[in-house]
Every structure is written in structure tokens, then in C-alpha cells.
Design a protein around this ligand. Structure first.
Ligand SMILES: O=C(O)C(=O)C[C@]1(C(=O)O)C=C[C@@H](O)C=C1
Length: 460
């Protein structure tokens, strides 16, 4: 793969006007990140004891991580171009440009430098008289070759939101027993993995009622993480308010915009005369209502959020469709090796710059001719070339929008038919990147939200 250009991204904190007290514990032994993680401030106004439990053990990474400069490759940057020029696909190829990876201290020989030093000083003192040399270094063993864990043995999984968010439950479904790491924005979750603060990220990409979460499609392209899996989470919403509040008192409902969209019809059917207000995540809205004692406001969030923040459930199962499901992708710094012994999906993104040659039709045909089913197609504006002007002397100037096309197809990159399809597609696209080839979520269908991962041990 070509050398990756690393660009700094800055995140505007004002983009999250609703996020209060972002509240953070320092992950143990992660000094490089210390500059953008803050210690949690206990909220005296919190109604339930459970909050203290998770406050002691969870941290939320804030958008200030962005200001510290996470590495990200921008589409259209020199790295993307050289990838195109060389026709290099990123599938199943290890990442080489992870600067954070380089900053991980190398394990000293023998676990300590002392053995090496004593050997050197003994030789310098002319100690060639066969006297036993104390502290001889022992030979390297296989265990010395794997880097020391940066933290406890649990996989650290970044998600967007606060405890009680659906994304936390998705992290637990994707990686049972993981240590969930709350982040205040999607961008921060990407950077947490890039900076080795987290091992994986689990982020929503689409919902059966609300549609695609476009921000994450754009971030997948800006960053260099690989999709290594997917999980589908049934989303079961509740209407939550402070104890004693009745539906008739409500003037406002707050939640994540996706959750508001997923409950739109039911809110009307319940006869609520309320304004809708967006919040960064569902559980954050519940926390805000609890912390501020808002008796005229309800949140749309999970039953677990009600428990965590001491709210009552005014209505249960208020999503407009009982089969409401959100699909999340699992992201890692390295791709997984694609296999053929179980159903795999592959996600690609491409762009083309030719006019009038039915490129999109040709791309889709490359899959159809090989009997490869597409499971998703999404177009996003091409941020570096949003509009193409076509002058016609007789009728004026046509302004065509330019797009990046995201396609998921049902095959593994280990299959020849998938490799051939991509080789063909490469011939008529100007840009092509494999975001990941990964096992499909084949878990049995259920309509209830699974429990979140177990709480992490309190940080020392
Ligand atoms: O706000 C949350 O609880 C989330 O996890 C985010 C999110 C989303 O982004 O779509 C996840 C699942 C639900 O579809 C609603 C909201």
C-alpha cells in the first residue's frame, strides 16, 4: 500500500451543544493520551446510586482528543491518489502508517534493561575469567515478541454516547466481556482506536426505520480503520421522565435524532403535544433530564438508561416498528484475513470521473454477472469534487453532483469471484477502496435489546 498521508483533524466543540459535563477518567498507563482526558466530576444532583458505580469505572473520551491530532487520511489527499494510481486495494493488507503504533514503547530485552547493563559493565571491567556473570539475560521467548498489554486483559471498545446508549449494548454484543469506552462523538471513537486508547470501535451505520447514519460513512472514508465485523441490534425505545411526571405535563421530548425519527408516528399517536429536541445520544438525553430536574421533558432511550439515571418508564416499546434494528460496524486498526468457511460481507467505496459511460451500471453488472448479491448501496457527496460543470454552448452549463458510492456485497475477498469483480470495477473507476471483508452477523432474530457488557473494574 502506498505511504499514507496523515492529516490533522480538528473538531469543533460547539458542534455538540447538548453535551454537558464530559467527564472523564484517565485510562491507566496511557500517558500519550493524558492531555485530552479529564477526570470525572461527580454530579451531586444525580438521583440514583448506580451512576456512582459507572462513574467510578467508565470514562468518556471527549472531542478534545481531536484537538490533540489523531491521524486521518483525507479522501482526495495524496495518499488516496497514489492508492488509485497504483491500483492498490486495501483489503487484507496491514496498515503501515499508524504513527501512534510507533510510539508504543518497545519491550526491553528480558523485560528489563538491568540484565543488559550488568553484562556490558562486566565485559568492560575485563571480566573474561569465566567467573559466573550475575543477571545473565535469558534468551528471548515467544512471549517477549508480543507487545505488553497496554491495559487490562479486556478488549477496550470505543462507542459514541454515555452508558445506557444502544451503542454500548452493541459493543457488548460485538465483544462480550469488553471494556466499553464512551466517547462524546463518532470522530473521537475513530481517533481512540487510531491512538491505541481503544482496541476497537463499534459504530452505527444504518437503522431499519431511520436510514443511514451518514456521518459514519464519511468518517470511514476520512480515517484508515478497517471494518472487521458487524452487529445488528434490536432497538427497543422507552419514553422516560422523572418519577411522578405524567404524559400530560410534557412539553418537550429529547433524544438522538435517529431515535426521534424511529418514534415519530408513535409520539403523535400517544397524543403528545411536544417539541422534539436532538441530543448527542439517547442515554445522554436521559442523564440531562435527571441532572437538571426537568419535569416538563421526556427522553427516548433504553430501559437501562432509565435504571442508570433514576427515571420512570412512561411508555415502553414506542418505536414505530417492533422490528426496529440498527446495524453497527466493528472497526480495528488492522483488517482481518478474509475466509470462505462462513458467510462474509465486503464493504467498498468508489468514485468515477467519466461522463456518460454508465459507470454505475457497469459496476453493478460486475457483481450481477458473478452472482454476487449487493446488500447496500449509498451515495455521498464527493467532498473534494462536489460539482462537475458541463458546458453546452447552446443550452448553458449543467451542474452534475459528484458522488462517492458505498457498496456492501455478500462475498469474501478470499473468493475469486469477488477479486475478479473488483479487478473489473477498478478499470472504470477513478477511486476504489475496500473498507473491510468481514463475517456477517448471523445471530438469530430477536426484538429485544441485549444487555450491555459488564461494568469495568474501577480505575486505580
Ligand atoms: O443514542 C444512542 O443510544 C445510540 O447508540 C446512537 C443510535 C444511532 O446513532 O442510531 C444507535 C441506535 C439507535 O438507532 C439510536 C441511536
Amino acid at each position: 500500500m502506498s505511504t499514507m498521508a496523515v492529516a490533522l483533524l480538528s473538531t469543533n466543540p460547539s458542534a455538540t451543544p447538548n453535551r454537558r459535563s464530559a467527564l472523564l477518567l484517565l485510562p491507566r498507563r496511557l500517558t500519550p493520551a493524558a492531555g485530552f482526558i479529564h477526570r470525572a466530576a461527580a454530579s451531586a444532583s444525580f438521583p440514583g446510586a448506580r451512576r456512582a458505580d459507572w462513574q467510578a469505572s467508565f470514562s468518556i473520551l471527549s472531542s478534545q482528543a481531536a484537538a490533540a491530532g489523531g491521524g486521518a487520511a483525507l479522501p482526495g489527499s495524496s495518499s488516496e491518489k497514489s492508492t488509485n494510481d497504483s491500483g492498490d486495494l486495501s483489503a487484507a493488507e496491514p496498515e503501515h502508517g499508524d504513527s501512534a503504533k510507533r510510539s508504543v514503547p518497545e519491550p526491553p530485552v528480558n523485560g528489563t534493561m538491568a540484565g543488559v547493563k550488568s553484562l556490558v559493565s562486566s565485559a568492560a571491567a575485563g571480566g573474561a575469567d569465566l567467573a559466573p556473570i550475575p543477571n545473565l539475560p535469558r534468551p528471548l521467548s515467544i512471549g517477549d515478541l508480543s507487545p505488553a498489554p497496554m491495559h487490562g486483559s479486556r478488549l477496550r471498545v470505543a462507542y459514541q454516547g454515555v452508558p445506557g446508549a444502544y451503542s454500548e449494548a452493541a459493543a457488548g454484543k460485538a465483544y462480550p466481556n469488553c471494556e466499553p469506552i464512551p466517547c462524546d462523538q463518532f470522530e473521537v471513537a475513530f481517533q481512540a482506536v487510531e491512538l491505541w486508547i481503544a482496541d476497537r470501535a463499534v459504530l452505527p451505520v444504518e437503522n431499519s426505520l431511520g436510514g443511514s447514519i451518514h456521518r459514519n460513512y464519511d468518517l470511514l472514508l476520512r480515517h484508515r480503520l478497517h471494518i472487521v465485523g458487524e452487529v445488528q441490534l434490536p432497538v427497543h425505545h422507552c419514553l422516560l421522565a422523572l418519577p411522578g411526571v405524567r404524559k400530560e405535563y410534557l412539553t418537550r421530548v429529547m433524544s438522538h435524532p435517529q431515535a426521534l425519527a424511529q418514534c415519530e408516528l408513535t409520539l403523535t399517536r400517544l397524543g403528545l403535544n411536544v417539541t422534539r429536541e436532538s441530543f448527542d445520544d439517547t442515554a445522554g438525553a436521559a442523564e440531562y433530564i435527571a441532572n437538571n430536574g426537568l419535569r416538563d421533558t421526556a427522553a427516548i432511550a433504553s430501559a437501562r438508561a432509565a435504571e442508570l439515571y433514576g427515571l420512570q418508564v412512561l411508555a415502553d416499546g414506542i418505536q414505530d416498528d417492533s422490528g426496529n434494528v440498527t446495524r453497527f460496524v466493528m472497526l480495528a486498526r488492522e483488517p482481518i484475513i478474509p475466509r470462505t468457511d462462513r458467510p462474509f460481507k465486503t464493504s467498498i467505496v468508489f468514485a468515477h470521473d467519466r461522463e456518460g459511460t454508465s459507470v454505475l451500471f457497469k459496476v453493478l453488472s460486475a457483481f450481477a454477472f458473478r452472482d454476487i448479491s449487493l446488500t447496500k448501496i449509498e451515495s455521498r457527496p464527493h467532498r473534494h469534487r462536489p460539482i462537475r460543470l458541463v458546458d453546452d454552448a447552446n443550452v448553458g452549463t449543467a451542474k452534475h453532483f459528484e458522488y462517492m458510492f458505498h457498496v456492501d456485497f455478500q462475498a469474501s475477498m478470499a473468493e475469486t469471484r469477488a477479486q475478479n469483480a473488483l479487478a473489473e470495477i477498478q478499470e472504470f473507476t477513478s477511486f476504489l477502496r475496500v473498507l473491510g471483508s468481514y463475517p456477517m452477523d448471523m445471530t438469530p432474530w430477536s426484538t429485544s435489546t441485549p444487555p450491555p457488557p459488564p461494568p469495568s473494574a474501577p480505575s486505580s
